[in-house]
Ligand binder design. Sequence first.
Ligand code: UT7
Length: 333
Amino acid sequence: MSNKITAAITAVGGFVPEDRLTNFDLEKMVDTNDEWIRTRTGISERRILKGPGLATSDMIAPAVKQLCQKRGIDPMEIDCLIVATVTPDMFFPSTANLACDKIGAKNAFGFDLAAACSGFLYALTTGAAFIESGRYKKVVVAGGDKMSAIVDYTDRSTSIIFGDGAAAVLLEPDTNGYGVLDSILKSDGSGCHYLHMKAGGSLRPASIETVTNKQHYIYQEGQAVFKFAVKGMADVSAELLERNNLTGDDIAWLVPHQANKRIIDATAQRMGLSSEKVMLNIQKFGNTTAGTIPLCLWEWENQLKKGDNLVFAAFGGGFTWGATLVKWAYQKN
Ligand code: UT7
């Protein structure tokens, strides 16, 4: 037992919408085919949040509610909710505020954090610092996106990749060395060119022209992003291992951002990890942006053992990228 406070993950909650958009559905919408999508990305289907009045907070709220039920706490006990997202319900108020209201987390302050696909790692590192400071006891870090709100379903290069979903983790103080142990976060704004949404912000406020020119959708130069992602995610994960004197043998699980199976394979290979140690659910959910990493934890929670070393790794729009080392703090079975 040491006096150092670390931020342990003590519960996970998640939410994916019921509606599925399969590769075969997409074959009817754009010039693509199931085989191309599966071999180039690893994706077979994605979930889509359908229905009037439903937004990102409607996925964050049930994920946080579930986490509270699992941990046996009342939402009133939450000190802070950080939501990583690039598809907030509105510019303001924050999605975190709206989600807190929906679940009755009346004692929490909340805010959104935008770092695209690396959002969950940025938010986790921020939330962990709140716990490490000794000031807060229950910080919820959520990641989720309703990507279907900003996908052009006539564009075959982006519509095949993205899906909707959200998940959240609870952080609590620990003095036995469990939780978030290290994080390397990076960003490079010059990468904006390759992956962005052109309009809707203060640079190009929404207008008839921006709508006509389809500038409220994701713009991605896939091949260029792919090259940066393979290098960025693998480099930062290797750097994290090295600076903590760890090798692939010490790692129980790689929890990678789910953007493309080929990027994930390259990262695992660079870390010396076999595929059995890699969480992969891209085939079912596609790329849910800030949702991917916590959705993996949500699905694999029952297999995680107390003391497991986990590396979370991501690369995405911004560019933003990073890797986080976590010692898992509990065991379900
Ligand atoms: O999470 C945020 C960060 N984003 C990423 O990490 C995404 C990184 N990029 C990627 O995952 C890949 O670049 C994509 C999946 C987006 C595209 O895969 P790619 O292997 O880079 O394909 P490409 O863009 O180089 O296109 C190869 C060919 C082209 O045809 P030609 O010019 O060789 O005849 C494309 O027109 O495949 C064609 N193509 C398609 N064919 C069938 C592009 N999209 C499709 C499609 N279906 N959906």
